[in-house]
Design a protein around this ligand. Structure first.
Ligand SMILES: Cc1ncc(C[n+]2csc(CCOP(=O)(O)OP(=O)(O)O)c2C)c(N)n1
Ligand code: SF4
Length: 342
């Protein structure tokens, strides 16, 4: 999506005054919490996602960042791309470190919003206990997970977020197995089961929606969670110039549902006007290349992945009306009002 389309999604369906105010707002320089010149791979969506989160959260923040790609590519000693206070935590304890930071600011009487940043390995797997404790103790922290669906920093190993049938270095595709044999963990449901005030998914392909979700989460006093689908050209095997296209296909096929949950209730969804076949998403990534072999096993895996996408569309009620999926680019289209989540 172009920046102009993104901006029009911000203003669609509002009064002329609102449009004028929004236009003025967009002329203001945006807060750049993450400087350019860091060392992410070309087309790394995680870098873009972090920039968007900081832009929306503003300067009054402090970050606890777990070990992972984001930490590595932004802080090659003695340099740093961070323009906000930033603390490196271990791979396994961003939630605990963020909890301590929040408690310390509270004691000092300072109003600084604490953000925890971690990859899916540091969130779904090894940092999960720490995240769960942070939410249960009701710390005022926005926890952002950059979901590139694998342990990328250490050489593209599988995580519990890696999709079924994707090839990684520890779930290779070969004669015996067609990539990972297990399902992607439904971290959003697990996190939401903590009765937390706000948990949502977002995508770099929909920056306006992503920024709105960050602003919403930052305004909540208490734990909030944002899972951002972040294509990784190196680990997924796609052209770095196409990361946004890949992210958009994930949403348009139903593989990545964009939803908001408040205290476990579904309160917002981005509908899919015309669901595309999952093969449109899979065929642009080398990690799924083995699924296009002309064999019964490969065809069965494709059917299985299509069924998973259809299931997402069904349980979240994502099927919208109309023909143009770009119409769905913003929370203006989000359905609110307590539709009960399956
Ligand atoms: C306790 C511990 N185990 C393993 C490692 C090695 N390690 C560092 S980063 C990482 C993977 C990070 O994956 P993820 O959190 O998904 O972030 P990404 O690099 O994909 O952004 C691993 C295994 C470590 N630092 N600490
Ligand atoms: S390996 Fe992937 S997530 Fe890590 S910097 Fe490169 S593109 Fe980004």
């Amino acid at each position: 999506m172009s920046e102009n389309e993104d901006r029009s999604a911000d203003t669609a369906g509002t009064s002329p005054d609102d449009v004028a105010v929004a236009a003025l707002r967009h002329r203001q320089p945006r807060f750049q919490g993450l400087a350019g010149g860091h060392r992410a791979c070309l087309g790394c969506a995680q870098a873009l996602a972090a920039r968007l989160v900081l832009e929306a959260a503003g300067p009054e923040v402090a970050v606890a960042n777990a070990t992972g790609c984001l930490e590595v590519f932004t802080t090659p000693w003695p340099e740093s791309a961070w323009r906000v206070p930033w603390l490196h935590s271990l791979f396994e304890n961003a939630g605990a470190v963020a909890s301590g930071m929040e408690a310390a600011f509270k004691v000092q009487g300072r109003t600084v919003k604490v953000l925890a940043f971690a990859g899916d390995g540091g969130t779904f797997d090894i940092g999960f206990q720490s995240l769960s404790g942070m939410i249960e103790r009701h710390h005022d922290v926005l926890y952002v997970c950059y979901d590139n669906e694998g342990y990328m920093n250490t050489g593209v190993q599988r995580s519990s977020s890696t999709p079924h049938a994707a090839a990684t270095t520890t779930s290779p595709a070969g004669r015996a197995r067609l990539g990972k044999r297990h399902l992607k963990k439904d971290i959003l449901s697990i996190v939401a089961a903590h009765h937390m005030p706000y948990a949502a998914t977002a995508s770099v392909a929909y920056p306006s929606d992503l920024r709105k979700k960050v602003r919403r989460a930052v305004a909540v006093e208490g734990p909030t969670f944002l899972l951002i689908h972040s294509p990784c050209p190196l680990g997924w095997g796609h052209d770095g110039a196409k990361s946004i296209e890949v992210a958009r296909l994930a949403v348009e096929t139903g593989m990545v549902p964009l939803v908001e949950l408040e205290r476990g209730e579904l309160t917002g969804t981005m509908p899919i006007r015309t669901a595309r076949p999952v093969t449109d998403y899979l065929k642009v990534q080398a990690r799924f290349r083995h699924l296009f072999a002309d064999t019964p096993e490969a065809r069965q895996e494709l059917e299985h992945l299509q069924a998973l996408a259809d299931h997402n569309i069904e349980i979240y009620g994502l099927r919208g009306a109309g023909a143009d999926p770009r119409d769905t680019a913003g929370t203006d289209t989000v359905r609110r009002g307590g539709a009960r989540w399956a």
